[in-house]
Design a protein around this ligand. Sequence first.
Ligand SMILES: [Zn+2]
Ligand SMILES: [Zn+2]
Length: 343
Amino acid sequence: MLPKPPSRVGQIGFLLFPPIRIEGVTIAGEGTAIVIPEYDLCFDIGVCFKPMLSAKYVAITHGHMDHVANLPYYFSQRWFQGMGVGTCVCDKRIEPAVRGMMQGWIDLENQKTSHEVIGLDQHEEIQIKNNLFLRAIRMDHTVPATGYAVIERRTKLKDEFRDLPQSRLMELKREGTDITRELRLPMVTYLGDTLPGPHLFCDEVLKTRILITECTFFEKEHKERAAIGKHVHIDDLVELMPHLECEAIVLTHITRRTNLAQVHEEINRRFSPEDAARIHVLMDHRQNRRRYDQQMVAAEKAAGVGDHGDSADNKNKPQQSASSSVTPSATTTPAPASSGASE
Ligand SMILES: [Zn+2]
Ligand SMILES: [Zn+2]
């Protein structure tokens, strides 16, 4: 009798929500790291592959090993490969421990690994790109935990000036009149590990374009486990769903105790077809690949009406930036984290 083949933990999940990609690996207790290349941002770093290493910012939600284990590797490899100093954003309450861990690794590796650590208090923000800001939102987990919202700030002409000609607007501006107001649009929100609760009832969660949420447990018998570990159970998601205005809800951190077929069965049983269509499972490689192929066909159609050029050429046109990471090759997880009861 032959032993079972190794599980494919190293394969990177992939979802395209133009113009951004959400890529990552996420299994409860083993490792979670989710990267949005367009934002130069990685959420958690329980594992670290090339796309995570390339992100300039790593926002850590909490100190559990499956979310933080590869942070020293991230800093060390970036230093070693001359990629510039990475920046870790974390909950202010764990900042000293993160710094202490890095000092431990500096001693251990005998390498002066440059690293930057920024601790954020509740609702503090840092700028990560031109109009993009990362905002901290406290969560409710067994250890200090914080989620993050990527907020896009846009300026918009105030309503009362909307119908004025350009020349008059310029004049008003010269006179010092404030003719614009600021819009704050949550684009992506990542919760990390959390119990549901009042802290989720804010615009950054309910009105974000894409909500990346953990949903560790799906089975009735796992309700207590979810409560003890302070995790989301699908029952919680059912309650939250009517309040979510999001275009997409991406599920992460699913336990290995439940297989993908059961996960989809539960989603289809518990939600309306419209809501089920909004829910995506990041680690469902087969379904997400199918979705991506459909997106490509639709994009080709939109871009290629009347165009009879080379089809392979067209294929790369609509989503050129995505093509390199469509089928990330399977890689081996560097030292998978073992976290015991802490997930
Ligand atoms: Zn945790
Ligand atoms: Zn976890």
